[in-house]
Design a binder for this molecule. Structure first.
Ligand code: ADP
Ligand code: GN1
Ligand code: MG
Length: 380
């Protein structure tokens, strides 16, 4: 048996699970943590599934503070969901404590593990199967944002400082190019030129906001379609997951990151770039769903920056993939050589496509905001 599996089994023994562990296997398509699905047999009750995650401690360097964030946010959401008459077991993550009562288990080797109840009969998609599913993900992320609107933001630890500071990401990229530690620079001059020629995107919000600071809200910061669970029967977006990066941030980034990933007509690492574009149908569906949940809480400045945020986030993510490629693939998990470069090329193609569609994207967001407002004021 491989070492990773043995480590997962030994971590599982330290959680407060009922029953006997009968199976444990890698699960999901996340790029950062190591996720396992564990199956327990509890007599006549049949199998019980739990999600176990080994926290990536190179990325999340203070896992205990990170887990305080997650415990705080999930118990807050739980309360809100109950108040709204929802089902807290399906609409937010539920942490399963370790045997010592903590919300994590620290192994002797310094690895950190956490466990969640497995949300059954729901799926995380890597690509939208329909505009309606994508609209549902927007509603789920919009609702998440609304439910956390009055969360004490000061109590949140910044799990990755400067996570969506695009200027900082660009500076890190420039350094990776200059250092060229893996000798890969010579193969990616075209991509480097793309990043440098689009550097204006890194200051887009600052230039638009001028002297009026944009509001900092409690945001998710990693709003990929595969971080929301869609109910298999009702097709409603039920639960936002992957809460490691819940921090104060700009609402635009949550919107933009969803578009980057979910409105693309291809997977994030598709190599045939002729397949990669931003679907305006998917974009509209997301804008409508998000506005339905949030429009009344957003400022005019925020709303006007949502279309641009799709470009900013796609550019930022592409730059991060290319940086990681130059640095030797140490951050994002890869499954084949060159995958981070493929991902970067894919994101840059998407930026180009979005540039040509930006005027239409602006109209769509303005229409969606107006429709949401009309609905709220009861106008026909
Ligand atoms: P990463 O940070 O690596 O992206 P995630 O927290 O997003 O890790 O989990 C990876 C995948 O595991 C998700 O995309 C989802 O498919 C699955 N998953 C995570 N938590 C749960 C859960 N509580 N119930 C069911 N599936 C889950
Ligand atoms: C990572 O953890 P996951 O796979 O949901 C990354 C995001 C990137 C995304 C690109 C903590 O998300 O910022 O946008 O990959 N998460 C972290 O797919 O860096
Ligand atoms: Mg994830």
């Amino acid at each position: 048996m491989d070492e990773r599996k043995l480590a997962a089994i030994s971590a599982a023994a330290n959680f407060d699970f009922e029953g006997t562990l009968t199976d444990i296997a890698p699960f999901g398509n996340g790029h950062i943590n190591e996720t396992w699905l564990a199956r327990f047999e509890i007599g006549l009750m049949g199998p019980l599934y739990v999600i176990m995650q080994k926290i990536n401690i190179s990325v999340f360097t203070e896992p205990e503070r990170l887990m305080e964030n997650i415990a705080g946010v999930t118990s807050w959401l739980r309360k809100k969901i109950i108040e709204e008459g929802g089902d807290p077991e399906r609409e937010t993550l539920t942490l399963i404590p370790a045997k010592d009562g903590k919300v994590f288990y620290r192994g002797e080797n310094g690895q950190y593990w956490r466990a969640y109840r497995f949300i059954t009969d729901a799926t995380c998609y890597d690509m939208a199967e329909s505009a309606e599913d994508f609209r549902q993900s927007a509603i789920a992320f919009g609702r998440f944002q609304r439910r956390l609107a009055d969360y004490p933001a000061d109590s949140l630890y910044e799990s990755i400082p400067g996570f969506h500071d695009t200027q900082m990401r660009l500076a890190t990229f420039r350094k990776a190019v200059a250092d060229d530690t893996c000798g890969r620079r010579k193969d990616v001059q075209k991509e480097i030129d793309f990043v440098l020629s689009h550097a204006d995107l890194a200051t887009c919000y600052k230039r638009a906001a001028g002297n009026t600071p944009l509001p900092l809200r409690v945001t998710h910061n990693d709003t990929k379609l595969n971080n929301v669970m869609i109910d298999d029967k009702t097709h409603k977006g039920i639960c936002v997951i992957d809460l490691d990066t819940v921090m104060p941030g700009f609402v635009m980034n949550d919107f933009g990151d969803s578009i980057r990933f979910g409105a693309s007509t291809a997977l994030e690492d598709e190599r045939d770039l002729s397949k990669v574009s931003c679907s305006l149908d998917l974009f509209s569906a997301y804008a409508e769903g998000f506005m339905q949940e949030c429009a009344s809480r957003l400022t005019e400045a925020e709303k006007s920056l949502l279309p641009d945020s799709a470009l900013v986030m796609t550019y930022e993510c592409g730059t991060r993939f290319l940086t990681d490629y130059l640095q030797g693939d140490t951050y994002f998990r890869i499954h084949r050589p060159g995958q981070n470069l493929d991902r970067a090329r894919n994101q840059f193609r998407l930026v180009e496509d979005m540039e040509s569609k930006l005027p239409r994207m602006r109209e769509i967001v303005a229409d969606a905001a107006a429709a949401a407002q009309k609905k709220e004021t009861g106008a026909v």
